[in-house]
Design a protein around this ligand. Structure first.
Ligand SMILES: Nc1ncnc2c1ncn2[C@@H]1O[C@H](COP(=O)(O)OP(=O)(O)OP(=O)(O)O)[C@@H](O)[C@H]1O
Ligand SMILES: [Mg+2]
Length: 388
């Protein structure tokens, strides 16, 4: 403060908020009125960069104007009078959820050895027409929500990246250990030992490629050819064939209603729809492994606008904790090395790419997952409207 050549007491009398910045945009003065605008006392603000004190100002064009204020040419022009370019009005958020429409006036101040920039914050809310005030308030809230959503997305990406690293690191460390053993251990001359180790390495490589494949689907980088029509009965029969080994091995009674329903075609990627059904049947087999009399039933039905495929098993449904997480990538309740936890999240991504839905249907007393797919494909219309 001492370096500033003006009387701080005068500024304290202002009904405006007043901030003085040095050329690094650090706060060197902050009057008490600022405190009532954004609930930050001078003791917390002084010495900090402006953007840390007023988050709302980050990325704002105001920062550019502050720079302008410090630039030589502009400072000379502006040394005696305010320039309209350096006046900004923007909606302003106060902690207690009151919104101000704030006019900010910038002016350069010349000290002996350095320049400062003074910002006056003038509350314009009482002057605004009610509808303008409401509009500004709505814009501010939308902007804040958008930022909040972005923050959440970034946090999720971070979480996801950490999980991917963990999931890929595990098999990688097994591969590394096996490779080192084969290189240095005496037993490595024994053919069956080499065979066992290399088989485990291949299993781990397969696991990594499964994870990558699943992530590609979730990231919509897979093969999304959804242009041909396929019979749903054929698609389901193919899925049953692919699941039959696991179903038989687990001694599960498998039932379906395909002989009783009229076949119909839908536009889909047949391989991917089949992948969902195989996933659901595989999950059902795992879930009922300890039941005495095991059964799974698949039902195909049709509403006016949708095809519905239900995979029901003899299990009693899911607990609240499990239910909340089943569609999260990498959530699994299976033993280590058994499930990647990607099955349902990949299935959900596929269903959504088909404009369909996948959900746990709790109207059944047993565990029931339902996949619904639109009978009419409306992609062409969307593409047309995007073009126009
Ligand atoms: N039919 C079901 N009954 C009970 N729990 C289920 C059922 N289907 C899924 N779950 C639960 O949801 C979790 C996530 O399933 P998901 O298919 O995404 O992964 P996973 O089966 O564990 O692993 P992966 O599919 O990679 O083998 C399962 O681990 C299980 O806890
Ligand atoms: Mg699964």
């Amino acid at each position: 403060m001492g370096a500033l050549e003006f009387e701080a007491e005068i500024l304290e009398q202002f009904d405006h908020g007043v901030i003085v910045l040095n050329s690094d945009h650090e706060v060197c003065y902050w009057n008490h009125r600022m405190n009532s605008f954004i609930s930050t006392p001078a003791s917390e603000a002084v010495g900090k960069p402006l953007n840390e004190c007023i988050e709302r100002l980050s990325n704002s064009i105001l920062n550019e104007k502050i720079d302008l204020c410090f630039s030589d040419g502009m400072s000379q022009i502006l040394s005696s009078k305010l320039h309209p370019e350096l006046v900004d009005i923007f909606p302003f958020y106060k902690c207690e959820k009151r919104y101000f429409a704030m006019k900010v006036i910038l002016s350069p101040i010349f000290g002996d050895s350095q320049k400062y920039c003074m910002l006056q914050f003038v509350d314009q809310s009482p002057l605004l027409a009610h509808e303008d005030y409401v509009r500004i308030q709505a814009e501010t809230i939308t902007e804040q929500e958008r930022r909040h959503e972005e923050d959440l997305k970034l946090a999720n990406i971070g979480q996801m990246a950490a999980t991917v690293v963990h999931e890929i690191n595990n098999p990688l460390s097994i591969i590394t250990a096996d490779a080192e053993t084969l290189q240095f251990e005496k037993k490595a001359k024994d053919f069956s030992y080499i065979k066992a180790k290399s088989e485990r390495m291949l299993r781990m490589v397969d696991r990594i490629s499964q994870i990558i494949k699943g992530l590609k689907v979730i990231a919509h980088q897979g093969d999304w050819d959804i242009s041909d029509s396929y019979s749903l009965v054929d698609t389901l029969r193919e899925s049953f064939e692919l699941s039959s080994e696991k179903v038989h091995k687990n001694k599960v009674l498998f039932m379906h209603n395909l002989n009783d329903v009229e076949d119909f075609e839908i536009v889909c990627n047949q391989v991917q729809i089949s992948q969902i059904v195989v996933n659901l049947i595989s999950n059902a087999c795992d879930a009922i492994v300890n039941h005495e009399s095991k059964w799974i039933r698949v039902e195909l039905s049709k509403t006016e606008s949708e095809a519905e495929i239900r995979v029901i098993d003899c299990g009693p449904g899911l607990s609240k904790e499990v239910k909340e997480k089943i569609f999260d990538p990498f959530f699994t309740s299976k033993p280590i090395g058994k499930g990647t936890g990607l099955g349902l999240s990949v299935s959900l991504s596929i269903a959504e790419a088909h404009k369909g839905k996948l959900w746990l249907d709790e109207s059944y007393k047993n565990t029931c997952f339902c996949l619904s797919l639109p009978l009419e494909w409306e992609f062409e219309e969307e593409v047309e409207s995007e073009d126009s």
